[in-house]
Design a protein around this ligand. Structure first.
Ligand code: 8DG
Length: 169
């Protein structure tokens, strides 16, 4: 099963609303949909290091590793087999201006205007809670063969309020 990360940088917008930095993904899995910056762990890398690197590579933002708050662990199953294990982080410690890359167009979005209809089908089930400061472990079942983003989302289990306090990696 591949191991990946997602990072959701957050800030206070001009009118005091909370905003999240999303990317419109320009290639690869989930192309054309919104997501957080993120991707696959490289050899020897911790999930936290991966989230920092991917956020920098995809949108040019510097995030402080120790200020990444672990918010979730998501398992995506395809036809009954583990396909992706994803560590989810959020952070308010963000420096720099987001810039587009070959992989992603970045956009600050108010958290009550997140375009769930242009995201993976499961995201509306867990991302609102994550953006409100909750923690979650989720399992999401897809069916219909590769690639994952063309398979059908058929079921899920969620557990909220999980502690990741011991997880500093
Ligand atoms: N929000 C969300 N993200 C998902 C879902 N399923 C899923 O694999 N992801 C995540 C896992 C990864 O962190 C992220 C993007 O995957 P990726 O960057 O490895 O894919 P890619 O094919 O573009 O990889 P690469 O070749 O560019 O390295 O998508 C989902 O249902 N919702």
């Amino acid at each position: 099963m591949r191991e990946t990360t997602l990072c959701f940088p957050m800030r206070e917008g001009r009118d005091g609303e909370t905003e999240v930095l999303l990317i419109e993904k320009r290639r690869g899995l989930g192309e054309g949909w919104y997501n957080g910056p993120g991707g696959k762990l490289e050899a020897g890398e911790t999930p936290r290091e991966c989230a920092v690197r991917e956020t920098h590579e995809e949108v040019g933002l510097e995030v402080e590793p120790s200020a990444l708050e672990k918010a979730g662990e998501l398992t995506f199953l395809l036809d009954g087999e583990g396909h992706t294990f994803c560590h989810v982080y959020r952070t308010r410690s963000v420096a720099g201006e987001p810039t587009a890359s070959e992989e992603a167009y970045p956009e600050w979005v108010a958290i009550d205007e997140v375009p769930y209809e242009q995201m993976w089908d499961d995201d509306h089930l867990w991302l609102p809670g994550v953006l409100e400061g909750e923690t979650v472990v989720g399992k999401f079942r897809f069916e219909g063969g590769q690639p994952l983003d063309e398979a059908e989302f058929v079921g899920h289990d969620l557990e909220w309020g999980v502690s990741f306090a011991a997880d500093r990696k």
